[in-house]
Design a protein around this ligand. Structure first.
Ligand SMILES: NC(=O)c1ccc[n+]([C@@H]2O[C@H](COP(=O)([O-])OP(=O)(O)OC[C@H]3O[C@@H](n4cnc5c(N)ncnc54)[C@H](OP(=O)(O)O)[C@@H]3O)[C@@H](O)[C@H]2O)c1
Length: 289
């Protein structure tokens, strides 16, 4: 008899994310066990509880989801969780990291772009690119063949992130750090850029309309900030391929529908084997309609 599917939700926040729990149920998971305030030191019993309770043949019915607002802490949990699996004996379960929605959101943004323009021969700029979502968007754009410009308020931060992201791509020379701080510098940086994805903090406008109107090469604008003032002035939250003065436009809620489908599909993918490790790159390779 097919065992009930169990998702073990390990969250770095004290209160495990209600959002992630609801998505798990909507993805068809039978049972969600939620734990908050999880630290690497507390992880071993949770992983052992997952891998030692069902035989190897049934471990595809158990999986672990790692979440929480602090993406760096969640990444530490992922590294630690892998250490406690025993693959030599078939004792492992699938793992997914989507802390603060970083991987599914970045993937949905890049997929929205790729509906209209493919990477090779094209340039993309990621605004607020030093945050968790921006870093992943930059990585996925680079993987897709775009030449990527990662913008920050600080050139030092931007270059540090570019170095880290570059190590994960096949062509690190195609990712550049920038920190424009005047209209003239923005317009110069946007020359030849066809795609802009804004991944800045909520409630911060990073790209005024007057600048993108004057940047004639831009074809696609994506803004992931849903809190006014929005990240790209003139793009609205509900835009989902809208025409904004000749540019194709996506807002946070427009991208959100795809993000939700992707999140649900990723959860379902966890239960197709007991070996999946779903991070930014692997989530981006999941097919969704
Ligand atoms: N739709 C969804 O499902 C979903 C899911 C997750 C996130 N989001 C949204 O996606 C966006 C990115 O998320 P995130 O967690 O990666 O963002 P974040 O870490 O909060 O911020 C991203 C970057 O914004 C810049 N920034 C911060 N404060 C700023 C300020 N006062 N002025 C100018 N720039 C500032 C910083 O870059 P520098 O300091 O290097 O300039 C920071 O690294 C957010 O708007 C978030 O709400 C949407």
């Amino acid at each position: 008899m097919l065992k009930r599917s169990i998702l073990i939700q390990l969250d770095t926040d004290i209160h495990p994310s209600v959002f992630d729990r609801v998505v798990a149920v909507d993805a068809g998971v039978d049972e969600v066990f939620s734990y908050g305030g999880v630290t690497p030191e507390k992880l071993q019993p949770a992983v052992h509880g997952a891998i030692f309770t069902r035989g190897p043949a049934d471990l595809c019915r158990t999986a672990i989801f790692i979440g929480g607002n602090d993406v760096a802490k969640a990444e530490e949990l992922l590294v630690e969780a892998k250490k406690h699996m025993i693959p030599a004996f078939g004792l492992e379960v699938s793992l997914m990291l989507d802390a603060n929605g970083c991987n599914t959101t970045a993937s949905a943004a890049v997929r929205s772009v790729e509906k209209h323009i493919s990477g090779p021969g094209h340039r993309a700029m990621v605004l607020g690119g030093t945050g968790p979502v921006g870093q992943r968007a930059a990585l996925l754009l680079a993987q897709g063949g775009f030449e990527v410009f990662l913008a920050s308020r600080s050139l030092e931060r931007s270059l540090a992130v570019v170095q880290a992201v570059g190590k994960m791509t096949q062509n690190p020379a195609k990712i550049h750090g920038i920190a424009p701080n005047s209209t003239a510098q923005w317009l110069e940086a946007l020359q030849g850029v066809q795609v802009v994805i804004s991944t800045g903090a909520a409630g911060i406008c990073l790209l005024p309309k007057a600048i993108w109107q004057a940047a004639h090469d831009i074809r696609v604008l994506v803004d992931l900030n849903a809190v006014p003032p929005l990240g790209i002035e003139g793009v609205t939250v509900l835009d989902n391929g809208a025409d904004r003065e000749g540019r194709i436009s996506y807002g946070a809620l427009g991208v959100g529908g795809l993000k939700m489908r992707l999140h649900r599909k990723a959860i379902q993918t966890l239960f197709e084997s007991n070996k999946a490790i779903l991070d930014a790159k692997s989530i981006h390779s999941i097919g969704v309609s």
